[in-house]
Design a protein around this ligand. Structure first.
Ligand code: FAD
Length: 385
């Protein structure tokens, strides 16, 4: 049994790596354990980019968390500048302020609740009619039945670069990272918890479970979080219409739950688009079927491109990724019932990355000091469904 650590983070992905960094910064002895070698393509954080926005449809707690996350992303970008210069893989921005436009049916809940959050929290925004949106972004077709809400200070987070940065920073603060090591269980110990792996057991007073799509396997209270396979494609698109500066990152609600998200062509890689709703259940222990295995991988994206981004051309490349879907897309963050010191973070449901800095900060403090910090609305995030 290895018991040289104050804190063990199980799952060093978006939430875990960030929490591990913030805990290590406080001077506690942190061990991070991951089934892969993060950043990697086995979980929910790959595919280069994630949308950051503060306008939210899910209530004030999410908006407050997004605003705190934004402050921390800017701080991270500044504080890690010289470190990132030293590592070829980390060179480049962490956040790019491209703006984000949301398009949805006129007066829909999708637009209305985002607009309300902008007004309540003083988030800069512009509401555009379909005609105004078409004029502003000629490559993006906004039908007359829809309207647009533009958030100019929103933008793009470079998720893999961010994870690499947190990893480097955590190690510099003395954390240890165990890669390619699957955690089999988290059991109660004499004074804390025992984290079991095939290559040995590790004990610590405080543990964070942050294993993304598979978190329900380790913690019974998170069984409602399910792994869902998602397909994302990069398509040919003229940069004069679809490059940065011509097109912001975008979210399109096509009525009801049908929703697409995407990014302008960043480095000549193509216009990136994915579908937020739908997807197929993923099975533990089985490799995710590659992009293109199912006809809908491309056809669903092509449908959205034809309707909303008609200048896009042929598919260049595709990837599959995992959503960690929870009921109502609500996050699950808290301390396990009856197991003090065992914290969890999951259920990001395809929209969690933007919050990883703030979630990591709050959990880092909880792990280091054993107390829930006031920055997070714990009550809201601990509730299920
Ligand atoms: C296609 C796609 C697009 C998305 N777009 C956006 C977006 O635009 N904006 C946004 O905010 N969010 C977005 N998200 C969601 C966001 O990326 C996730 O909510 C976030 O990455 C979840 O973080 P996590 O730490 O829970 O999971 P992960 O980052 O996957 O981390 C979990 C880690 O746990 C490890 N692990 C799993 N099981 C074990 C085990 N038993 N033992 C040890 N380690 C284990 C994994 O290897 C992994 O590294 C998107 C997600 C996808 C898939």
């Amino acid at each position: 049994m290895h018991s040289d650590y104050d804190v063990i983070v199980v799952g060093a992905g978006s939430f875990g790596m960030s929490a591990g960094y913030y805990a290590a910064r406080e001077g506690v002895r942190v061990l991070l354990i991951d089934a892969g070698d993060p950043p990697h393509t086995l979980g929910s954080h790959h595919g280069t980019t994630r949308i950051f926005r503060s306008a939210y449809t899910m209530g004030a707690a999410y908006v407050r968390l997004a605003l705190q996350a934004k402050r921390l992303w800017i701080e991270l970008e500044r504080e890690s500048a010289s470190l990132r210069e030293e590592h070829a893989a980390l060179k480049g921005p962490l956040f790019e302020r491209t703006g984000v436009v949301s398009i949805g049916p006129i007066g829909s809940r999708f637009i209305r609740t985002k607009l309300e959050s902008c007004v309540s929290f003083g988030i800069g925004h512009r509401r555009l009619s379909a005609a105004e949106a078409r004029e502003q972004w000629p490559g993006l077709f906004t039908p007359d039945s829809m309207e647009a809400l533009y958030e100019p200070d929103a933008g793009i987070l470079y998720s893999e670069r961010i994870l690499g940065t947190y990893r480097e920073l955590a190690l510099r603060h003395g954390a240890r990272l165990l890669i390619n090591t699957e955690v089999l269980s988290i059991d109660d110990g004499m004074d804390g918890y025992i984290v079991r792996t095939r290559s040995g057991d590790y004990a610590a007073k405080r543990v964070l479970a942050s294993t993304g799509a598979w978190i329900g396997r380790l913690l019974p209270e998170l069984r409602s979080v399910s792994p869902v396979r998602k397909a994302v494609g990069w398509f040919e698109a003229p940069r004069s219409l679809y490059g940065v500066g011509q097109l912001p990152a975008f979210i399109i609600n096509n009525g009801g739950d049908e929703e697409y998200f995407g990014f302008p062509d960043l480095d000549g890689e193509g216009l990136k688009i994915g579908r937020h709703d739908g997807g197929r259940a993923a099975v533990y222990g089985e490799p995710l079927p590659a992009f293109g295995t199912y006809a809908e991988d491309e056809s669903e994206l092509r449908y959205a491109l034809d309707r909303f981004l008609p200048g896009a051309g042929v598919l260049r490349s595709g990837q599959v990724c995992l959503y960690e879907q929870s009921p109502g897309e609500r996050f699950r963050i808290g301390e396990a019932a009856g197991r003090p010191g065992l914290w969890y973070a999951g259920g990001g449901s395809g929209h969690g990355f933007k919050f990883a800095s703030a979630i990591g900060q709050a959990l880092g403090a909880a792990l280091a000091f054993g107390e829930a910090s006031p920055e997070l609305d714990w009550q809201v995030f601990a509730e299920s469904g």
